[in-house]
Design a protein around this ligand. Structure first.
Ligand code: XMP
Length: 512
């Protein structure tokens, strides 16, 4: 295992992603982690991430000095390289030669980091983002690559196995970056790269058994990827000690409830309580038009209903949640997140604050695509593991204005047609999320010889890697007109279709 100490770079998580892709387990910790904890983790090597601070400023962050005395290989990236140099007796200065974005380095010498990837004398593309630069090397180091703005674009102390790069090998714009990282963890740290989903599955099942013992576990199932994979993994570990609760708020996509029930009950034999609470939710939403009130109403009711069902089955010792690694990562950047509430998120994973049960979070070490890989490893159908994200409040936040059962049904039909056409065109996996939104406006149309005065719907499809930013999916116009024709012809109540071309930011993915 490898430890990544985070100095707050936007791309620290990508380092972890790349290492895990190489089959090497790693964790991201804040740079403030203390020596005892680091020794306890027993890493094979340490990566110091980039970060926004300047080493030349007085109070800027430093790595715990002890990491340089543990006899472990170290790779410093950008700020990580600079602080390593400053801490080991080198010099870092602010520079007029700022480099941002694509840059090139000349490979000045061979070293283990470049082995089989970059040859001495070659010119290589990298991605830089720095103002400061190292101007004098600490004792023991030599320069192995140079760039226009950085005489020490890559440095090596072969004896101590300390390496530093001014560029970012973890981003795709450094084409061979992943191979350099692979050299670091495999060749230099000696990691074997045997951390696979098969191994994780076996280990995690043992961990769940050891933790839960003979206890009973309850799991809120939403039909989304995370809770679904968590449920199947738990079931494999503890069988009927697991009960899943599916709270049906009546705001799911068309056919989704049936699919969840048949998959988990029939195919995986999981004990599953299905509570149809659609009357309750839709009743509480009557007359509500404010998006935040909608979200809070749904979140509150969800907890109430969940607790009722849990009481009915006699309670449990543990609550299972599909928490993922990005939610628990202790990175520096994660703590400096936005302070305004854009939307109060509700999901099955985040709910039960007042519940006094111990938590089981079998996915808390995984990234989203690793969860998908685990789901495939567990034999789960592609329709579930490859599914687009779906928000906890469901279709309620895709119906601006008041939500009624009739509107939900209209939207379900339009949405199903859009997704059916996307699947038929082979585009589903290229899109992060695609859905229809039912607009609270009526417009005039003409069908046959008659006038229509019906609702409009908007289609939304975006690409994204994490939902934080998103781009509009560029459909061919012929595709959009085909979907529009089908919706207007097949869905009673809709006579006009628009395509939402807003990216995020400034838009958000959902409309509310
Ligand atoms: P926005 O609309 O904020 O959405 O751009 C970003 C991503 O989050 C999903 N989303 C939610 N997921 N509970 C969830 O579990 C929620 O309350 C919620 N609201 C938005 C949204 O679908 C997108 O993937």
């Amino acid at each position: 295992r490898i430890l990544i100490l985070d100095f707050g770079s936007q791309v620290t998580q990508l380092i972890a992603r790349r290492l895990r892709e190489e089959g090497v387990y790693c964790e991201v910790w804040p740079f403030t982690a203390d020596e005892a904890r680091i020794r306890g983790f027993d890493p094979m090597g340490i990566v110091l991430s980039g970060g926004p601070a300047s080493v030349t400023e007085g109070a800027s962050p430093r790595a715990p000095q002890a990491v340089f005395e543990m006899g472990l290989p170290i790779l410093g990236i950008c700020y990580g390289q600079q602080t390593m140099c400053a801490q080991l007796g080198g010099q870092v200065e602010g520079s007029d030669h700022r480099e941002f974005g694509r840059a090139h380095v000349e490979v000045a010498d061979d070293c283990d980091l470049f082995h089989g990837v970059w040859d001495k004398g070659s010119r290589e593309q990298v991605w830089m983002s720095h103002g400061d630069r190292v101007t004098a090397l600490p004792p023991g180091f030599r320069a192995v690559a140079v760039s226009e703005g950085a005489p020490f674009a890559a440095i090596a102390d072969d004896k101590r196995h300390f390496y530093g790069v001014q560029f970012h090998p973890e981003v795709v714009h450094t084409p061979h970056g992943h191979a350099l990282l692979k050299n670091f963890v495999r060749r230099i740290c000696g990691a074997t790269g045997d951390w696979t989903m098969g191994a994780f599955r076996a280990e995690e099942i043992e961990r769940i058994r050891a933790k839960v013992g003979k206890g009973r576990v309850i799991c809120g199932l939403s039909g989304g990827v995370d809770s679904s994979v968590a449920a199947v993994l738990l079931h494999e570990a503890i069988g009927d000690q697991l009960t899943c609760i599916y709270v049906d708020h009546g705001l799911m996509r068309g056919g989704e409830t049936e699919q969840v029930l048949s998959t988990f009950r029939d195919r995986f034999n999981i004990k599953l309580v299905h509570r149809d609470a659609s009357d309750l939710f839709l009743g509480a939403l009557a007359g509500v038009t404010d998006p935040e009130v909608k979200r809070k109403t749904i979140g509150r009711l969800f907890i109430e209903v969940f607790e009722e069902e849990q009481a009915k089955i006699g309670g449990a010792d543990f609550l299972a949640q599909g928490t993922l690694y990005p939610d628990v990562i202790e990175s520096v950047s994660a703590t400096g997140g936005p302070s305004v509430t854009i939307k109060s998120h509700h999901n099955v994973g985040g709910l039960p604050e007042g519940m006094r049960m111990r938590l089981v979070e079998p996915l808390r070490e995984l990234f989203k695509d690793e969860v998908r890989a685990l789901g495939r490893e567990l034999g789960m159908p592609e329709a579930i593991v490859g599914r687009h994200p779906f928000p906890g409040p469901g279709l309620a936040i895709r119906i601006p204005g008041e939500v009624t059962r009739e509107k939900v049904q209209i939207l379900q039909k339009a949405d199903a047609i859009f997704l059916e056409e996307i699947r038929a065109a082979g585009l589903y996996d290229a899109i992060w999320q695609a859905f229809a939104v039912l607009l609270p406006v009526r417009t005039v149309g003409v069908m046959g010889d008659g006038r229509t005065y019906d609702q409009a719907c908007a289609l939304r499809a975006v690409t994204s890697t994490d939902g934080m930013t998103a781009d509009v999916y560029p459909f061919e116009i012929a595709f959009l007109t085909r979907v529009c024709n089908r919706i207007v012809n097949e869905v009673r109540g809709i006579n006009r279709v628009a395509y939402d071309v807003t990216s995020k930011p400034p838009g958000t993915i959902e409309w509310e």
